[in-house]
Design a protein around this ligand. Structure first.
Ligand SMILES: Cc1cc2nc3c(=O)[nH]c(=O)nc-3n(C[C@H](O)[C@H](O)[C@H](O)COP(=O)(O)OP(=O)(O)OC[C@H]3O[C@@H](n4cnc5c(N)ncnc54)[C@H](O)[C@@H]3O)c2cc1C
Length: 479
């Protein structure tokens, strides 16, 4: 049988997960296939990148994976990474109140304080802000439909102060985007579920059933950095099938239903294609093949961010900061949006005499870290960290990493946008599927899952090329 020729464009975790699933399906179902992965960079991983800072291998992009589905751990194990798994020493973060760091109160859900009169909440929101949130069950707050913006809904329910000081910084930590833009159903479906349980958001959240035993695994990382996960996923491919430093320029209809993929090195024909790219890059490649879909994909906007990893002498502070780090609410002139105490959060990174911090800067509509040089960025970040943490010495080493595009913004209307994209992909006369952070979740776990989903969708679409009787078999742990 002539092997199927399949291509994945993009070697981030979504693309690599898709490629691995295609290889698995081909092997398990006895349908020969050659899977080629194209990647513009000279490495795999995309937004996942590990590098040495002061002799420690740290993550400059994604640094922890929130595992909700236990089968994700099976995937990590199936890649031979069990011995690499590490868990955070602490996950308790703080928020900058404007004057000091205040621990995020226990019993918040995406920043929504379940018990607004708790002293820790009052310290952050002030008495009026806390009282306003506390009154939510008795006030007739706005109703909401799933794709509405989260900000106005929560402001109507809890008051502006709770959103500005608690919800917004927490969302900013995940999406690098503001609450007023993001879609409730896309970023916080549990809030809709809570309102479904009770007319009050707070009462509904308090009655939220706990996750089933063993249901949520929690945060994990890898001792050698999360890029190892990407590298292990890539190991499932024939070395010659991984085309690094090979940007794809466009996709055109080829001969007899195939697609012609044009890369730097020349054009090749494929029977099926996974585009595991940021939406604007996918839009660019699909311009000729699917102009309407391409227009739709261009509407997805991204935030850009920079991370600055800094190693200080431990003597720069009186005592090590506690907790996993802190978030900074939006205010004019904000520089650092979040800071992770890397060697507090990840005990394997702890070294005597060194304090390892990672600051984030930038975010939606705030591109200044992309426009200044490294020295200026490091100096600005250090100046602000000095204020937050009382640092008395300059860093021994600093490492800047800029991410553009960094994170897709699931704006109000995202769910409708995604449905429309899905429908257009399904209606294409060509076997092309899309995967990645732009669609069904920005976290690494969601991206791994989306890669598998896309690969299975492509496998189904290839129709007669794949024997009917072998379709739909259960996959191994790699889901
Ligand atoms: C700073 C930062 C911190 C984060 N922290 C976390 C975290 O702690 N936990 C978490 O779960 N998630 C985190 N995320 C989110 C998560 O890392 C990403 O959403 C996820 O890695 C995206 O994977 P992807 O494969 O969908 O896309 P990407 O990683 O963007 O991969 C797409 C790939 O396509 C390649 N490409 C683009 N155009 C072309 C072309 N024309 N031809 C060939 N290749 C092309 C790119 O080079 C890239 O490698 C973070 C993201 C950022 C930016």
């Amino acid at each position: 049988m002539t092997p199927l020729r399949l291509a994945v464009v993009g070697a981030g975790v979504s693309g690599l997960s898709a490629a691995r699933e295609l290889v698995r399906a081909s092997r398990e179902e006895g349908v020969p296939a050659r899977v080629t992965v194209f990647e513009v960079e000279d490495r795999v991983g995309g937004r996942v990148l590990s590098a040495e800072v002061r002799g420690q291998r740290v993550d400059l992009g994604a640094e922890s994976m929130l595992v909700r589905d236990p089968s994700t751990i099976d995937t990590v194990r199936s890649l031979g990474l069990e011995g690499e798994l590490v868990r955070p020493g602490t996950t308790s973060a703080s928020i900058w109140s404007g004057r000091r760091l205040v621990p995020i109160p226990k019993g918040t859900s995406l920043g929504v304080p379940l018990h607004p009169l708790q002293p820790e909440v009052v310290r952050l929101l002030g008495p009026r802000g806390s009282l306003r949130a506390f009154l939510e069950p008795w006030l007739l707050g706005p109703t909401v439909t799933p794709d509405d913006p989260l900000g106005p809904f929560l402001v109507g329910r809890l008051g502006e102060v709770a959103v500005r000081r608690l919800v917004d910084p927490l969302l900013g930590g995940v999406y690098a985007g503001p609450a007023e833009l993001l879609s409730v159903g896309a970023v916080a479906p549990h809030l809709l579920a809570a309102l479904g349980r009770d007319r009050s958001l707070l009462r509904g959240l308090r009655r939220q059933p706990p996750p089933p035993p063993g249901g949520v695994v929690g945060f994990i990382s890898l001792r050698s950095g999360l890029q190892t996960l990407a590298e292990k996923l890539a190991d499932s491919l024939e070395p010659s099938s991984l085309r690094l430093a090979t940007p794809v320029k466009g996709v055109w209809p080829g001969q007899s239903g195939q697609m012609r993929v044009e890369a730097d090195a020349g054009a090749e024909e494929f029977d099926g294609l996974v585009l595991a790219l940021p939406a604007p890059s996918a839009a660019q490649l699909l311009q000729a093949l699917a102009p309407e879909l391409s227009r739709q994909l261009r509407r997805q906007v991204y935030s850009n961010v920079a991370t600055v990893t800094l190693a200080y002498p431990e003597t720069a502070v009186d005592r090590r900061p506690t907790g996993s780090g802190f978030l900074v609410p939006r205010f004019p002139g904000r520089v650092v949006t979040a800071c992770t105490f890397m060697d507090q959060k990840w005990p394997h990174l702890r070294r005597p005499g060194i304090l390892l911090l990672r600051a984030s800067a930038g975010g939606h509509g705030d591109d200044w870290p992309l426009e200044v040089d490294d020295a200026t960025l490091v100096t600005s970040v250090h100046t602000h960290l000095r204020r937050h943490l009382g640092l008395r010495q300059v860093p021994l080493e600093a490492r800047v990493q800029r991410w553009a595009p960094a994170l897709p913004q699931y704006r109000a209307g995202h769910l409708a946008w995604r449905d429309s994209v899905d429908a257009q992909v399904a209606a294409l006369p060509h076997p092309v599927v899309l995967a990645g952070a732009a669609y069904r979740g920005v976290g690494m776990e969601a991206c791994l899952r989306d890669g598998v989903r896309a690969a299975q969708a492509l496998w189904q679409r290839l129709g007669p090329a794949v024997p009917m009787e072998s379709r739909g078999q259960a996959a191994d742990g790699h889901r």
